[in-house]
Ligand binder design. Structure first.
Ligand code: ADE
Length: 240
């Protein structure tokens, strides 16, 4: 069982998305638990304000420390361990499949989502263990990044995906992109499924898929192909 708590001003967004599909089913099965905590509920301000003007001037609003801190305390007060606290931010370590794998070893993550122009620096100093970015672009808030992190980490938790196969073969798992997949019908708008996939010859199919995976990685992601370490069979496929 892995637990995620999301500290956010928009808990309904988190709940609406993560109740669906594979992640929703994993929660129903009790393999993962996702809890969206509304930071605003912890504001001691009479209007439940959770942001304020920046000291020193400049545009935009800054999320205040108090409601975030009290929301955090409401989570840790019942625990006999300290969960890892991650602040989603473009300043963080970039989330790759390697980082996802590492995080899937944690039992409890608290994900802090910023909004507006940012959050009071002292809350980062006080509670945050690590900052994580989902890529080199800027979003309006940390909710989408938090959901990206939860989705990518959860699917590595045993029992979340149905079979070992569903995550052993795919893009980025072994440094290669996934081979092309087809389902019925055999012909669509004049485009046929490759004959080999209809042949029933499993050894040939495996070989063809590996070759296609290598080919696509070379063509679509030369940066990944550079890092790829082919085995002896792969070298043969590359020669062909
Ligand atoms: N918040 C805003 N932009 C972000 C990004 N790229 N990654 C994580 N959190 C963010």
């Amino acid at each position: 069982m892995m637990r995620f708590d999301v500290l956010t001003l928009f808990p309904e967004v988190i709940n609406a998305v993560l109740k669906e599909s594979i992640i929703g089913r994993a929660q129903e099965k009790g393999i993962i638990e996702i809890n969206a905590v509304n930071i605003r509920d912890f504001s001691k301000n009479k209007h439940k304000k959770a942001d304020d003007y920046p000291y020193g001037g400049g545009g935009g609003m800054i999320m205040t420390a108090q409601p975030i801190y009290d929301a955090y305390l409401s989570i840790v007060k019942d625990l006999d361990y300290k969960p890892k606290v991650i602040y989603l931010s473009p300043q963080g370590r970039v989330l790759t499949q390697e980082v996802v794998k590492e995080l899937s070893g944690e039992k409890h993550l608290v994900l802090l989502c910023g909004h507006y122009e940012g959050i009071d620096e002292r809350i980062i100093e006080e509670i945050v263990d690590e900052e994580v970015s989902i890529g080199d672009y800027v979003l309006t808030g940390g909710e989408l990044p938090a959901m990206v992190l939860i989705d990518s980490v959860s699917r590595l938790i045993p029992g979340v995906l149905s079979t070992e196969e569903s995550y052993s073969n795919e893009s980025h798992y072994n440094g290669l992109l996934e081979y092309p997949q087809y389902t019925r019908p055999v012909e669509f708008n004049g485009r046929k499924v490759p004959d080999i996939l209809l042949s029933g010859h499993h050894a040939n199919i495996t070989r063809w898929r590996r070759k296609e995976a290598i080919k696509r990685t070379y063509l679509k992601r030369p940066d990944l192909f550079e890092k790829f370490e082919p085995n002896e069979d792969d070298k043969e496929l590359i020669e062909e």
